[in-house]
Each structure stands twice: as C-alpha cells, then as structure tokens.
Design a protein around this ligand. Structure first.
Ligand SMILES: *Cc1c(COP(=O)(O)O)cnc(C)c1O
Length: 765
C-alpha cells in the first residue's frame, strides 16, 4: 500500500476537526484513535467490491476479534508508516493500547472464527463472516476479595471506526410474536499485504416501525417503549457460557436472528444477480461454527420454498451448501431445544425441522439410533449432521472420538461426511504482531516468506544453536514487558528471572486449573516443611474467566486467588514462588502473555479438549508444552517430537478404563502432602464464608462421580513431569526444545486450516 505521510496527517487532522472539533495537539486518545483509524480506512478500502465467483460464509455466534487497529495496520503494511507519521506530530501508536478489545466471543471457538477470517483474506480465499453485533461483549472481570466480579463490556464506548453500518441492506426477521429489523454493520477483513478485503457482517436488531409519534401522543408511549426494548435487546449481550448449553429463549432468538438475516441478505444478492437458487451451491457455501447457527438449515429450506422450490429441491440445495464443525464432545454443550418452545416462537422453522425428521425416517434410517426430534426435544447436532455435506472435528484425536464414539451411528451411515481439519492460529497476530523482535530475528535468518507460509519455519532448524542467545534475550525482554504490565494492572511484582509457568484459557473443570493449583500448594508445603530443598524460582500465572453461573469454576478462581495471597505474602518462599491470577484475560492480554511464557500448561483430562488453540500460540512463540495427550497437543508432539514436550497423565483409552473402578479417596490416603493440599479446601486455611471451597472439596472427594476429571488420579504423574521440567529449565537442551517448538509450528497456521477447508469442504478455488 502506498503511503503519503503528509496526506495521511492532513486527513487525520481534517477528521479531528470535522468530527470532534479538536486537532492533533489537543485530541484525547479516543478522538485520535477514531481519526487515525478512519483516515486509514479511507486509504485502505477498495473503491470497487470484490468480483464474481463462489463465496463461502462462516456463520458463527461468536467472533473474538480483539483489537483491530494494530493488526489492520500490520496487514495493510502501514504499521511503521503510521507510527512514524504520528511520531512526527509528537504522538505514538502505543496510546491505543487503552482501546477496548472487541470481545464478541467467549474463548477458543470465537477466536478461531477471527483467525480464520484473517487467514482466508491472506490466502485470497473468498470467505465472509456473519455474526451478531452484541451491544455488550464478554463481561469485564475483576477480583473483589478473591471472587470474580463481572461488569458489562461496553466495547463501542471508544467508537467503532473500523465498521461501516449498511442501512440499505437491512432486512426484517420474523418471530411468531413480533418482527425485528436487522441492520448490518460491516468490518473489513484485510489480507496480509495482498490487497484482499473480505468482510465480517455483524447484525444489530432495531424496531421495525419508525417511532410513531401519533400513537405515542395517544398515551401508548409506554407500550411502544416496551416493544422497542424487547426487540432491540435481542442483540444486547453475548451469552457468557463457554462449552455449556443454557436453554434460554432469548439465546434461541439470537441464533435465529443471525441466520435469518444472513440468509435473506445472501439470497437477495443471488437473486439480484439472477442466479438460479436451485444452483445456489454453485455460488455459495456455508460453514456452521458449532450448533449455534444450525437454525440456518431449516431457515434456508423455508426461504427456498418461499421462492417456489419444493421441500425435496430445497433439501437438495441445503445438503450441498451446509457444512458443520463440531467443537466438543461434552454432553452439557450439545445443543438441544424444547420442541414446543421452538415451535411457539418459530412455527414455520419448526415445520421444516419436522420435515427433516420425516425425511430421515423415509430414508430408512433406524428410528432408535437416528433422530432429530425425540421426546419433544430438538437435537441440533443431529440436524446438522443429517443435512450437511461435511462434518468436521477440530483435531485428529477429536475427529476420531466423533467417529468412534459421539456420532458413531452417524459415521456408520455416512462415513464420507466425516473429515478432520485441525485448528490453527494466524501467525500475523500471534507472532509478527505480539512478538515483533522474534519475528525480526526469524526474518534475519530465513527472510520473510514464512509470514504467509509458516511451514518455512523448518528452514530455521539448522540455525537453532546459533539463535539460542538472541532467543533468550528476546524472551527475557518479553518477560520484563509482561512483568511491568502485571505490576501496573495487578499490583504484583514478578521477577523476570523467575520461570513463567502459564495457564491461560477459560475456567472449566475439564481444563483442570485445579490440578495446577493443587500442585502449587504441594510445592509450597514441600518447601515449607523442608522436604523440597531445591526449587527453581517460578511464577505461576493464571488468566481465565468463569461463566457467571458456573459455581465450581468461580470456586476455583477464589481458591487460586487465596493460594496467591498465601504464597505471595510468605517471606520464606518469596525468592522461589509467586502466584498471580490476572484479571480480565482477553485477546490483548494473551498477546502479551504468550510471548513471555516459559511453560504452556495444556493439562485437560484426555478426551475433553477438542483441539485447543492457545497451545499453538505458545508453541509458535517458542514455549514447551506441559500437557496431556489431548486435542492438538497430540499433533504438537508429533510435529516437535515428544522428547521436546513434557507429557503426562492418562490417555483417552486409559481414562475410560480408570473410571470404571476409580476411588479418589484412596489416592489421597496414599499421598499425605497431596492430602494436605486438598484439605486446605475445608480445614480453615482459607476464608470460605460462602462454602465455595467446601463444594470443591466435595466435587473431588465425596460427590457422586467424584473427581470426574481425574485431577487426583493424574496428580502424581503431573508433579513428576513438572519437576523434571523445572529442573531442565535454563539448560542448553531446554533452550533447544523451545526453539524446536517454534521451528515445528508450521502446521498450526490457520492458513493451512483454511486452505484445507477450501479444498476438502468448500470447493472454493
Ligand atoms: C486463544 C484464546 C483462547 C483459547 O484458549 P484455549 O487454551 O485453547 O482454550 C481463549 N481466550 C483467548 C482470549 C484466546 O486468545
């Protein structure tokens, strides 16, 4: 992109004056952010829309975009130009670190959608995102007395200069009880230095009727206000549940709102081009990111029938257009809706689902094994599998579990539908942007082609020994930067020469933050009792949000915060241990953390983590994994060599066998120090006015199905491997392992993932 510094500065000044009545000297951060961003948009947006040809649509209830400004500037090739333009007027891009993240997602699933859009644009794959423009994103988290406290995330408080409202594309979405206007707002997705601009279209809900002054005058004002409130609130807030299904009708309305608006929009455009809707699959394909947008299937059937197709024709079209990504095998996350409630608010959509069920029966599939509706419950994953052309899991081990276990019957009937596409992350945000010095170091050895062809990192292998010193220095600087940030935001001092042992991800029992927490107490008591004589100085870092209604997850946060208080206030261990749980873990925090970590904790119970993507971010930044053979960890081991990771714990096969005769209490009795660590949950070591910690204790020891996630079973092996890792740290061999991880991370580029989707699933290009 050609950059004219003078013109850019003038444009910025003009916007400052026209929109804020300020100028470069007096502008506050918000004004400057909006003016700079809008000036860039004017330079970067192409005059003409993108051309003809089949396009893919990525339907997702979540897009965890993070901050736009830095990654957009990077991709446009303007990062340095804009930085220097700002510098010459006494300003700096760094000011925009205050800008709010766009957190329109919960965790991995939403972040994956964001990475895929960026990678598709970079790989010149015609893929657009369709989602919801939540008024409030994922809640903001603080800790009060060690407990999670939630506040609304008013993410557009800073304005949203990277989006364009497109009023002219508004459509009406109909529910049985009301109509809603859906208005799109487009976020351009810039490919990395290739001029490609794809689109993320996010829908907002508005009242259909313009404000009716006459009715208002007739004293019905209150009713109108109420109606307007009801419809606009559809998009008010992102449901903060990650990997759990909560059967709220407002959530169902959100889902339908998203898919109906998107499909109406797409069909309108196809009709304008005079394309035959019977051949829609020649022009479009749709990826369903988990079951959240699966109502798109009956909605497309309904819309096509309204256009004159019969059910069989419409079904044929749908079965060539839709593909479905499964993200979890956990029963509590598989979406089910009450059939009566669904038919109440979406009667015509429900009728289409019933027809799908009837088709399934008339196709001769056994009713005992195959159903979409059963006992008045609609099973969204089954609907998706039955109609979709392809169904994919998100890591090899996960896809195998889908085929052998979760959807074994469907796999038996439709083996050709099932494919694997292992997740990936974009190396632009997760190396070039968050770790620029490391990127420069790599450039200096192998050039820059790896930016868009991550497999080329392999060419670094012969340079590993020669890079160790620079790698060490850069990692050290990143740790200093993170430590300064944590000091400023959490008030805790982390010496950068400590080992940074990091676990950041949503708080969930299956992810086993509790296992990590208990290991810290285990080491702490060991040191205090003189049983552990040498312990390398280690900082244990956590970052995680818990769903507001997830009691045990919140209890684990409280537990870790209490452990942090105990450890950090104990002079006796101050030179060996620190514990910090950072508040409000989000994409921007992740960017700072993953480049500063020495250990990547990926310790879910085997079989539970479909893929994981933070494991990939850490690997790409040269961090060893301490983990189980779960999700993409398996492939990380294969790529880097298992000798370069720290693997422990029961395997998927072993988990099933262990669970048959598992007694957690026996394990406790066999390990007095573990017992002491666990008993801190009930012995008064920590304040527990609300009885939360006691509940955790019960979930580990006394409940039915106690220790469901084998925290205690895997504990001894975890400690063994963790101690080995801490012992290895700082050696030449250990530094080699870090670099081998970086060099072997090529497979985990989202570029590779989207190309696989384009080839195996979408038939694009
Ligand atoms: C990458 C990412 C995740 C996913 O983390 P996992 O460890 O794979 O669950 C969640 N939240 C944020 C902010 C991320 O950047």
């Amino acid at each position: 992109m050609k950059f004219d510094k003078k013109k850019f500065t003038e444009e910025t000044e003009r916007i400052l004056r026209a929109e804020f009545g300020s100028d470069l000297r007096s502008a506050d951060t918000r004004e400057l952010y909006n003016a700079v961003s809008k000036a860039v948009m004017r330079i970067a947006l192409p005059a003409a829309p993108s051309g003809e040809g089949k396009r893919g649509a990525y339907f997702s209830a979540e897009f965890l975009m993070g901050r736009a400004i830095f990654s957009n500037l990077l991709n446009l090739g303007l990062l340095e130009d804009v930085q220097s333009a700002l510098k010459s007027v006494g300003e700096s891009l760094n000011r925009f670190e205050e800008v709010e993240d766009a957190a329109l997602g919960n965790g991995g699933l939403g972040r994956l959608a964001a990475c895929y859009l960026e990678s598709a644009a970079t790989m010149d794959i015609p893929l657009d995102g369709y989602g919801i423009r939540y008024r409030y994103g994922l809640f903001k988290q603080t800790f009060v007395d060690g407990y999670q406290h939630e506040e609304g995330d008013d993410w557009t408080r800073w304005g949203d200069p990277w989006s364009i409202p497109v009023e002219r594309d508004a459509v009406i979405v109909e529910f049985a009880d009301r109509k809603v206007k859906a208005v799109p707002c487009d976020m351009p997705i810039f490919g990395y230095r290739n001029g490609v601009v794809n689109n993320l279209r996010l829908w907002s809900s508005e009242p259909v009727k313009p404000f009716d002054f006459n009715t208002f005058n007739e004293m019905k004002g209150e009713r109108i206000a109420q109606e307007n409130y009801d419809v606009t609130k559809i998009c008010d807030v992102l449901y903060p549940n990650d990997n759990t299904m909560v059967g709220k009708m407002l959530r169902l309305r959100q889902q339908y709102f998203l898919v109906s608006a998107s499909l109406q929009d797409i069909l309108r455009k196809e009709k304008a081009k005079e394309h035959d809707l019977r051949e829609l699959y020649r022009y479009r394909c749709f990826q369903l990111n988990d079951t959240h947008p699966v109502l798109a299937i009956p909605e497309l059937l309904r819309l096509l029938e309204r256009e004159g197709l019969c059910f069989e024709e419409a079904f044929e079209v749908a079965s060539k257009c839709f593909n479905f990504t499964n993200h979890t095998i956990m029963a509590e996350a598989l979406e089910k809706w009450d059939a009566l409630a669904l038919s109440d608010i979406l009667p015509d959509v429900y009728k289409e689902i019933v027809r799908c069920q009837q088709k399934l029966e008339s196709d001769g599939l056994d009713r005992g094994q195959f159903y979409i509706i059963r006992d008045n419950v609609v099973h969204m994953a089954n609907l998706a599998i039955f109609v979709s052309k392809k169904v994919n899991g998100v890591a090899e081990i996960h896809t195998e579990i889908l085929k052998k276990d979760t959807f074994a019957n469907w796999y038996g009937a439709f083996p050709e539908k099932f494919v694997n596409v292992t997740n990936g992350v974009t190396p632009r945000r997760w190396l070039l942007l968050n770790n620029p010095k490391m990127a420069k170091l790599i450039d200096s050895r192998i050039g820059t082609e790896w930016h868009t062809d991550l497999g080329q990192l392999e060419a670094l292998r012969p340079h590993i020994d020669g890079m160790r010193a620079s790698f060490r220095k850069i990692k050290r600087e990143n740790k200093e930067r993170l430590a300064a940030y944590i000091k400023a935001h959490e008030g805790i001092e982390l010496p950068p020469d400590f080992i940074f042992d990091v676990q950041v991800k949503r708080l969930h029992e299956y992810k086993r933050q509790l296992l990590n927490a208990l290991s810290i107490l285990y080491f702490y008591f060991g040191i205090k009792e003189g049983e552990i004589n040498s312990f390398p100085p280690t900082a244990f870092l956590f970052g995680a949000k818990a769903a507001p209604g997830y009691y045990n997850a919140k209890a684990i946060i409280k537990f870790i915060n209490e452990i942090a208080r105990l450890v950090n206030s104990d002079e006796e261990v101050a030179d060996r241990m620190k514990v910090v749980f950072v508040q409000n873990y989000n994409v921007s925090y992740a960017e700072k953390i993953v480049c500063a970590a020495d250990i990547s904790e990926q310790i879910s119970m085997a079989g539970m983590e479909a893929s994981g993507t933070s494991n990939m971010k850490f690997m790409l930044n040269g961090t060893v994994t301490l983990g189980t053979l779960d999700g993409a960890n398996v492939e990380i081991c294969r790529e880097a060599g298992e000798e370069n990771e720290y693997i422990f714990g029961a395997t998927v096969e072993e988990v099933a066998a262990i669970k048959r005769f598992y007694c957690p209490r026996e394990i406790l009795e066999g390990d007095p120090r573990l017992k002491r660590a666990v008993r801190t949950l009930i012995d008064g070591t920590f304040p527990d006015e609300k009885g939360m910690l006691r509940k955790l204790y019960e979930s580990l020891i006394t409940d039915y199905d106690a220790d469901r996630y084998l925290v205690l079973y895997d504990f001894a092996d975890y400690i063994r491997v963790k101690q080995q890792l801490l012992h290895d740290y700082g050696t030449k061999e250990f530094e080699r392992k870090c670099l081998v991880n970086l060099v072997s991370a090529g497979k985990f580029s989202a570029d590779r993932s989207v190309k696989e989707y384009a080839q195996k699933i979408w038939d694009l290009q």
